[in-house]
Design a protein around this ligand. Structure first.
Ligand SMILES: [Fe+2]
Length: 152
């Protein structure tokens, strides 16, 4: 089943919401690959999604650090654990196992829950500082520097 972007997924920090939407797009691409039974596409999406998640997490962590968010450490721990889980799926896929459906289930449950709870926590608690950081254009702006550092 494909995931529809609903308002309760919005953190209110545009740049984060755009990245989360892209992750949801990847999960939906995976869903399509499963329906089409296109194993090659599954592999492709898996690589791109893992890569994008790592960049997104690094971006998010750097933003939380800059904002002085006190729960960065436990938040980062959940990211690291997720990346490890993803890596295990990657290994199983590489060994020829059909992981698509299980991977899709894990992704849709974990990521949606992570956005709604863990990400929403920093968006609520540190909203003011986060918005100040992403909207500040002085000295080239933290946002544009972070975007090129983590995504290019
Ligand atoms: Fe997060």
């Amino acid at each position: 089943m494909s995931i529809e972007w609903t308002k309760d997924l919005n953190t209110g920090i545009d740049v984060i919401d755009e990245q989360h939407q892209r992750i949801v797009d990847y999960i939906n691409q995976l869903n399509k690959a499963i329906i089409r039974q296109n194993d090659h596409l599954v592999g492709g999406v898996l690589i791109e999604l893992a890569d994008y998640c790592v960049s997104h997490f690094a971006f998010e962590e750097s933003l939380m650090l800059k904002a002085g968010y006190p729960y960065l450490k436990p938040h980062k721990a959940t990211h690291d654990m997720f990346v490890k889980r993803l890596k295990k799926f990657q290994d199983r896929y590489d060994q020829g196992e059909d992981v698509a459906a299980k991977l899709h289930d894990m992704l849709s449950t974990w990521l949606i829950l992570h956005i709604k709870q863990t990400d929403m926590a920093y968006a609520t608690e540190a909203r003011e500082s986060l918005l100040r950081i992403v909207q500040n254009k002085a000295n080239g702006g933290w946002l544009s520097r972070a975007m090129s550092r983590f995504f290019e």
